[in-house]
Structure formats: C-alpha cells, structure tokens
Ligand binder design. Structure first.
Ligand SMILES: O=C(O)Cc1cc(O)ccc1O
Ligand SMILES: [Fe+2]
Length: 466
C-alpha cells in the first residue's frame, strides 16, 4: 500500500524575509550570487516588483536550483487553445451589464479535466498588459495536473477552494489547501495542482500589477482580523527527476503557451526572500463588528487587500462573512440594502449566506456591479421583520461566504452570460418586497428604532456626575 504523503512543513508570517533549505548549507552565506553555489546549484532571482520599487513594497526571492528555469525549448501557443480565459477586458472581449447576476454551482466535469482546463474567467477589468486590473475566474476539476506545471505571467492568483483539497507543489515547496483555506500563488511562480481527495471546485481572483497585503487596522488597533503569524509559507522541497516531455504552461496575456523541458521545475533546494506563495486558514480570522447598533460595512472583515494608487481604495479586497455573534440592538441585522460605487463578486464556501434564504448556494456566485442595487432577498427581509426587535445575541454558525470587491468596474465574459448555470430568475428574489409604508403608522417612531437610541442609557439628572 502506498504510504500517505507526510503533511508539508510551513514557515509562518506575512511579508517576512524567509529562508529555507532542504539540504543543510544549500543557501549561500553572505551573498546571493557566488561564483559557484553550494552543491553546484544555480542561483536565480524572481522579482515580484520592479527592482527600484520602494523598499517597503519591494518583493523578491532567490532560488537555488539544480537547473535554471530557462532550460527549456521555445514557447508555442498551446494546442488546443483555451477558449475561456481573459486578461484584457474591453468591448471586443466582454460585456458591460448593470444587471444583478447569480450563478448556480458548476457540476464537476464528466471528462478528465485538470485545474488548467477547468479554469475559466467570469469577469474582470483592465488589462494584464498595462499591469492594472483584475480577473475573477472559477474552476471545476477532477484530475491532477500530470507532467505539467502552470505559470501565470499575468498576475497573482488568490485561490479559494470550495470543494476538494488542493495539493500544490510550487518552486518554494508544497502547500496543502482545503476548503476553508485560501492560497496566494504570486505572478511568475511555477506550480502544479494535485487533487488528492477527488474533484475540486472553487474561485480565483487574479490581480494585475499589485500584490495582496494585510489591511491597515486604523482605530481597531494593532491586533485583529487576519494575524500575520497565521499565514503559512512552504519550506524548500525539491525533486531531482528526469522528466522527458515535461511541459510548462505559461499564461501570458490571457493566452496559454507551452514549452517542453526534460526535468521537474520543482528543483529548488533552498531559497530565501519575501516573494512567496502562502496559505491562510479562514477559521483563524478574528472578526470585529458592531456591538450596539447598526450593521457594519463589510470592509471590517477584510482578510487581504490589493491596493490601487488611491489611498484607501482597493484594486481588490478579499472580504469574508465568517461565523460570529450578532448582538446589535433594535437593528436590522442582515446586510442592508445598498448601491455601491465598488463592484462586488461573491461566493459561498459552505453554509447559508445571511442575506439570501435560498438560491445562493455553496459553489455558486453572484455579481453586483458598480451602483447595481442589491441586498437581502424577500424571505430574509420578511423573516427578520417578523421576528421583531430581537436584542438577544445570536451566533451565526457554519457559514463562510466571501466577496472580491474592486473599485474597477468588471466586464462579464460571454460564456458566463450564456451559461446554463446562470440564474435568470435572480431578480425574482427581490420582486416580492412589499411596501410597508403607512403615513398613519407611528409604531416605529413611538416604540421602535427611532425611540430607542434616544433612550440609550442616558444618565438621569440625579445620576449625572458633575
Ligand atoms: O452585498 C452583499 O451581500 C455584501 C455585503 C455585506 C454586508 O454585510 C454589507 C454590505 C455588503 O455589500
Ligand atoms: Fe453588497
């Protein structure tokens, strides 16, 4: 019987300069590029920012490998062409629509499909060529990548598996990523994805020209939300195998190119640097929220943010809606009705989302673009109101929804607008919202929301300290 693979070991931290060697002494001491490296390794740098980027945002790693990555035959357009990947969003590739969109979860494919073939773009904005923008993809796969590695020259991938564990071999080492965890695979790293426990399905945000960082915490203080030490980075792992016909599949400008080489690209014996793949377990997130009244804006639950050049405005935020206590008094506790100048793509990893009683199911997705109105469905609204003023704390359990939110306005790919998974009746979930307006009903003003804030623990005159 085959022995189960040992769980990979990780280093912990966010943005550190990591050092790791799979063989003692494989990292050169005192310099990055000696005339000859220990064990006869080649030194190779991978830059995640321009050489001259300010030190506080500069990202790079040095890899010490058996053969350098350049040792391959020329790139050729991949045959067959991948028809459903985009990295440039304009009138000729994709559509603008203000319509609320929702998709049912994808079925796992019948035919053998690996992560690369199972990946398709849903929407996006900007262009990988001008290094500004993002793409949102989804995938459904039933087969490990075999004899090939993927390399995305266009941007960083943030992968959110919803079903099935991903066993990812990267040039920096191995990462095991289960639903409920996320993984970031930065631009340019070669990786291969195995599916050790069957089919996998999930979501991918790709960002062009930026990297994810932890959000500032502002008045929250120095601790909270995602803690740096909960981010896990691989330790060096390598294989020295001859792999005739091994294929590097490079995504470049949204198109796939292949190049052959005769060895595994996972031949890095040691590396150091701060440009790294990493994973994060969403259950480690420390949520903050309202403790008296009203529903907080979802930015309070930002796990990672990719900045734009406007202060405080995100090219792409990754926000979660985790299990937590709801304690707000005389408050409509579900998400409010709103129109947002940012655009919101949502997915559900497990459980039920607090704004949708049905129709938004794990593995499904929704898109509410810039200024497109949305909010709780009729069932959620009516049930909340029927429940009345509930000041008891309530624990939202067993759920994990997330949002990719961007200040750029996404265009939508033709294949997802024509998809059989598109829920063409989505709008119906709000159509039943009735008017509760009555010019003679003063109930709320007398006993409800308007009255209560005024009565909030204001000391009586007797109690007031002087
Ligand atoms: O639209 C959504 O469901 C996401 C969302 C959640 C929330 O709690 C507040 C605002 C918001 O956009
Ligand atoms: Fe929203």
């Amino acid at each position: 019987m085959e022995k189960p693979a040992a769980a990979p070991e990780y280093q912990s931290g966010f943005g550190n300069h990591f050092s790791t060697e799979a063989m003692t002494g494989a990292l050169p001491r005192g310099q990055n590029s000696p005339l000859t490296c220990p064990y006869g390794l080649y030194a190779e740098q991978i830059s995640g920012t321009s050489f001259t980027a300010p030190r506080k945002v500069n990202q790079l790693s040095w890899l010490y490998r058996i053969k350098p990555s350049v040792t391959h035959e020329p790139f050729h357009p991949r045959v067959p062409r991948h028809e459903r990947l985009l990295s440039e969003f304009n009138q000729s590739t994709s559509s603008a629509t203000p319509t609320q969109l929702r998709w049912r979860p994808l079925d796992i494919p019948d035919s053998p499909t690996d992560f690369i073939d199972g990946l398709y773009t849903v929407c996006g904005a900007g262009s990988s060529f001008i290094r500004h923008g993002f793409a949102i993809h989804m995938y459904a796969a039933n087969k490990s990548m075999d004899g090939c590695a993927f390399c995305n020259a266009d941007g960083d991938f943030l992968v959110v598996p919803q079903k099935g564990r991903l066993s990812i071999t990267t040039e920096c080492g191995k990462l095991e990523v289960s639903p409920g965890e996320i993984v970031v695979l930065p631009q340019g790293f070669r990786f291969s994805i195995d599916l050790p426990n069957g089919p996998s399905r999930g979501y991918v945000a790709e960002i062009f020209g930026a990297h994810f960082q932890l959000p500032d915490l502002g008045p929250i203080g120095a601790n909270g939300l995602a803690a740096p030490r909960d981010f896990l980075v691989p330790t060096a792992w390598f294989e020295e195998t001859s792999r005739p016909g091994y294929t590097i599949v490079q995504k470049f400008g949204g198109e796939l190119f292949t190049a052959k080489q005769d060895f595994s690209p996972f031949n890095v014996v040691a590396w150091h640097g701060n440009y790294v793949p990493y994973k994060y377990d969403l259950s480690k997130f420390c949520p903050f929220n309202t403790v008296l009244i009203d529903h907080s804006d979802p930015s309070i639950n930002t796990v990672l943010t990719a900045p734009s050049d406007k202060p405080g405005v995100a090219l792409l935020d990754f926000v979660i809606f985790p299990p937590r206590w709801l304690v707000a008094e005389h408050t409509f506790r579900p998400p409010y009705y709103h129109r947002n100048c940012m655009s919101e793509f949502m997915g559900l990893i497990y459980g039920l989302y607090e704004a949708k009683a049905d129709g938004f199911v794990p593995g499904g997705a929704s898109l509410h673009s810039c200024m497109t109105p949305h909010g709780p469905d009729t069932t959620t609204y009516e049930a909340t109101i029927a429940h009345g003023d509930n000041s008891e704390p309530f624990r939202i359990r067993d759920t994990m929804a997330f949002m990719f939110e961007s200040y750029l306005v996404p265009r939508v790919c033709p294949w997802v607008l024509e998809s059989p998974y598109l829920d063409t009746n989505y709008y119906q979930c709000w159509i039943g919202l009735k008017s509760h307006f009555s010019s003679t009903n003063t109930r709320t003003a007398e006993n409800g929301n308007l009255a209560v804030p005024g009565s909030r623990e204001v000391p009586s005159e007797d109690n007031q300290s002087v």
